[in-house]
Write a protein that binds this ligand. Structure first.
Ligand code: G6P
Length: 606
């Protein structure tokens, strides 16, 4: 899951390539590089680490040329060194790649047997060498790429340039995303419309198996069989693609504070404010007839799905199975035809989730996709798309996308309950009313964050942190732990409060803070008993609760006082303190909040 860009420009392209890479850095940031064709000659600059290192190299060794490609990397094969950074090149071919060439070892072995020498440990380098070899035997770059593409197994998005060709670039897509941008006498390739936003809003998305020969004036798209195909040219709304931190220190901070607005926007897509009921465009199935819902997702999106399981089961009385996509896709789960499979994904591109979707399609399931990117692969594959209106999320740790996913899922659960006759009109209105209160509640809650700074001081000294919750708060406990791990690098576990005594309680002592997500719902007293169990073992307790003056057994480390809400919507508001806890702790520890080590925002490899 790297970011790639290609530009056929009217002026020198190096600065624009770096600018585009800045917009793509959320996809990976281990190393970066660009290559250009200048007076027919290929040249490249690469640097380990963040983009600023590449910028430094370019300041002292600039790169001329009107045609170029660029890459920002999330390492899969080979350490994140300069040597392994893209573009990978021979003297005739330079390539940037997002994805994994699964058969690279056998391809590399046969190339080496034919005397080719490799400079990196990457799978990508075989692409440059194989195309070069084909070029030698076929004498033409287009034929060479066509021949080479047939030999690659796995997922890839490629942008390729050639020595001696100032007005040509070839792109190819299989599995990983790739878009063509149309400019005025200029042409572009990019991993997404965000990268291309400063240059153009006219985009053509390639489909799997497509490859394109691009010049400044023209493009010819072919499918895997070499047949010329037409793909729709569309105008995308780039205004939603701002990647500006504004007055905030970090994107994560900004995105946390955008939640009242983006949840409102999302609600306005699914709630009829006049009737006080949810409303959805006609669906290709009825919730009444569904035998089961299956949910699959990764990371934070998976936890949104886990919350939804409680909602669908309790309010719509429909069985829900949920699994992380990396497991689900290979489980060979038997499925009764006519069920609903829901994928949840901010990017709509996560490789495992997409594969889970495809499996369920084969199993005769209706496919619903909750995605933040409407042009994504998952949106294209689904029978019905329920978009979240979170806007572009840049921080690697998901915040506003999560609460917008919860918003859509809550509306769907109400719709399902209505169709199945398990909630009355009155209850529907009550639940919708509670949802509509959320933006205001979050906005009020965000007015005073002083407590989080103080708490971060103690948490940043901890080696391990435990998060506990029951019912709807159990997925939040896991999300809270994930957030802490991701950006503060503190070891954290999220546990079902009642399960603690079956093992993890052995880890508890006075050095382990235990954060308890405990709205005063029907499980509150049960959770409180579990809190007493850990408190009596010396744990430092942090309560996130709307209950007043709770006795947790000893002096708590902190009590985060929440307003009282309808049980149904507590996950939406309680998500905010867990986001703030991880944010302030990471700031205290001085980590790279928006681009934490080893992670990437969009995971298009399995
Ligand atoms: C990555 C990100 C997570 C995200 C997960 C799923 O691992 O670091 O924050 O939750 O992918 O991404 P998706 O785009 O499918 O929601």
């Amino acid at each position: 899951m790297c970011g790639i860009i290609g530009i056929l420009g009217k002026e020198a392209v190096a600065d624009d390539l770096v600018d585009a890479l800045r917009r793509l850095e959320y996809r990976g940031y281990d190393s970066a590089g660009i290559a250009t064709v200048d007076s027919g000659r290929l040249d490249r600059r690469r640097a380990e680490g963040k983009l600023k290192n590449l910028q430094k190299v370019l300041n002292t060794q600039p790169l001329a040329g009107l045609t170029g490609i660029g890459h920002t990397r999330w390492a899969t094969h080979g350490a994140p060194t300069e040597q392994n950074a893209h573009p990978h090149a021979t003297s005739e071919v330079s390539v940037v790649h997002n994805g994994i060439i699964e058969n690279f070892q056998s391809l590399r072995a046969s190339l080496e047997a034919r005397g080719v020498r490799f400079d990196s440990q990457t799978d990508t380098e075989v692409i440059a060498h194989l195309i070069t070899e084909e070029l030698h035997s076929l004498g033409n770059p287009i034929k060479a790429v066509a021949a080479a593409l047939k030999q690659f197994e796995g997922a890839f998005a490629l942008a390729i340039i050639f020595s001696g060709y100032d007005n040509m670039m070839i792109g190819a897509k299989k599995g990983s995303p790739l878009a063509i941008g149309h400019g005025d006498g200029e042409a572009y390739l990019g991993s997404d419309a965000i990268a291309l936003a400063p240059f153009t809003n006219e985009i053509t998305y390639l489909e799997d198996g497509d490859w394109v020969v691009l010049t400044r004036e023209n493009m010819i798209i072919r499918d895997m069989d070499g047949t010329v195909v037409q793909r729709e040219r569309q105008v995308v709304d780039v205004s939603t693609m701002a990647i500006d931190k504004g007055e905030y220190r970090h994107f994560m901070d900004k995105e946390i504070h955008e939640q009242p607005d983006v949840i409102s926007d999302t609600l306005s897509g699914y709630v009829n404010f006049t009737t006080g009921k949810v409303q959805f465009e006609e669906m290709p199935f009825s919730f009444k007839d569904l035998p089961k819902i299956t949910i699959s997702a990764c990371g934070t999106a998976y936890y949104a799905g886990l919350v939804a399981k409680y909602w669908f089961e309790r309010y719509a009385r429909i069985p829900v199975e949920i699994d992380v996509a990396s497991e689900f896709r290979y489980r060979e789960a038997p499925m009764e035809k006519g069920g609903l499979m829901m994928v949840i994904s901010q990017s709509g591109e996560t490789a495992d989730t997409l594969a889970a979707l495809k499996y369920c399609k084969q199993q005769g399931q209706h496919i619903g996709a909750i995605v933040n990117v409407r042009t994504s692969n998952m949106a294209k594959e689904a029978d019905v798309v329920w978009p979240t209106m979170a806007g572009t999320e840049i921080g690697v740790a998901s915040t506003k996308a999560f609460t917008c996913q919860l918003t859509v899922l809550a509306c769907l659960a109400i719709q399902a309950g209505r169709e199945r006759g398990t909630i009355s009109e009155e209850l529907e209105k009550e639940l919708v009313h509670a949802l509509l209160e959320i933006p205001r509640e979050i906005s009020t809650f965000l007015k005073d964050e002083s407590q989080f700074e103080e708490l971060a001081n103690s948490l940043s000294k901890a080696r391990d942190v435990m998060y506990l919750g029951r019912g709807l708060s159990f997925p939040l406990a896991m999300e809270g732990a994930l957030k802490l791990k991701e950006i503060s690098y503190i070891h954290a576990e999220g546990y079902a409060a009642g399960e603690l005594k079956h093992g993890p309680i052995a880890l508890i002592d006075e050095k382990v803070p235990v954060i308890v997500v405990a709205p005063k719902d029907y499980l509150f007293e049960k959770t409180l008993s579990n809190v007493q169990e850990v408190a009596s073992r010396g744990a430092k307790i942090v309560m996130i609760t709307d209950a007043q003056n709770v006795d947790v057994g000893n002096e708590p480390l902190a009590v985060i006082q929440m307003p009282s809400l309808h049980d149904f919507v507590t996950p939406l508001l309680y998500a905010i303190p867990i986001q703030l806890i991880s944010y302030y702790t990471a700031v205290q520890m001085g980590t790279d909040v928006d681009q934490p080590r080893n992670l990437a925002k969009s995971v298009t490899v399995e």
